[in-house]
Ligand binder design. Structure first.
Ligand SMILES: [Mn+2]
Length: 269
């Protein structure tokens, strides 16, 4: 089975729809998104007062994404990043195995384990927003974004084939990391250490992360885990194809020349 893996779409409906269409055209039936998707955003529910947005008619990005998934008849699964509506996601009714379904989209809460193509997958979303001072609670930021030790415990320590996270483990050096205030750097590191603990507990062969808006392939130091860090939307390194038979990873090519298609949101993490 081949699975398209992407992340950090930041409510970019055009990119979402084009990627989903291209995936379908290339015969892919499964897509896993690594967070900072920005679905179920409060502003996508204009008919309802803020904070009572549950399960109303959705517009904007949420509707575009849901319709594209339905039209392409693909299975769309996602973990949470930092820029996601954690309050909404937490209230979705959970199905067997802890997953939640809404508008044809499957949310994989932190600690979820599942099988795809006979491989063992684990999901561990969450990260700290380095730009949280510019964000507003219930509008575009939620404090539940941060990972907790309970999230890592829920994932457990049984071996995985593939670990899906938004944040990158702390032992991996990130080139060109932003200069952060000391207190921000400490919070970032706290979250990254929890991801590191999850890698050490589950010893996956392959791991996929996003968040830092760069494309990197690197072994997690001191482990057998090969980590793929994916770039943000509208960049060539935004998505890869995982073959569950061999656990090999290939670049997904959507539109030639897409490297120039950056947006104003490119500095978000
Ligand atoms: Mn991001």
């Amino acid at each position: 089975m081949k699975i398209l893996i992407a992340g950090d779409w930041h409510r970019d409906a055009h990119w979402a729809v084009e990627t989903i269409k291209a995936a379908r055209q290339q015969g892919l039936r499964h897509l896993i998104h690594l967070g900072d998707l920005g679905v179920f955003w409060p502003s996508d529910y204009p008919e309802l007062p803020s904070r009572t947005n549950r399960f109303g008619n959705a517009y904007g990005f949420t509707r575009s994404l849901s319709e594209a998934v339905r039209d392409a008849n693909i299975r769309f699964m996602f973990i949470d990043g930092n820029n996601d509506n954690h309050e909404f996601l937490a209230q979705l009714p959970r199905r067997r195995g802890g997953r939640a379904e809404m508008m044809g989209l499957t949310y994989l809460p932190r600690g979820t384990r599942f099988r795809l193509g006979r491989r063992r997958f684990g999901a561990l979303g969450g990260a700290y927003s380095v730009d949280r001072r510019q964000r507003r609670h219930h509008v575009d930021w939620w404090p539940e974004e941060e990972l907790t030790a309970d999230d890592v415990r829920r994932l457990g320590d049984g071996r995985l084939d593939v670990l899906l996270t938004h944040e990158v483990p702390s032992s991996v050096e990130l080139p060109g990391l932003l200069r952060l205030r000391p207190e921000t750097a400490a919070a970032v590191n706290r979250n990254r250490q929890l991801v590191q603990a999850a890698v050490e507990a589950t010893r996956p062969a392959q791991m996929f992360s996003g968040h830092w808006h760069q494309r990197l392939t690197v072994h997690v130091p001191g482990s057998e885990t090969l980590l793929q860090v994916l770039d943000m939307q509208r960049r060539l390194g935004n998505s890869v194809v995982l073959d569950t038979k061999t656990l090999s990873v290939e670049q997904f090519v959507q539109i030639p020349g897409q490297r120039n298609g950056r947006t104003q949101q490119e500095r978000q993490t």
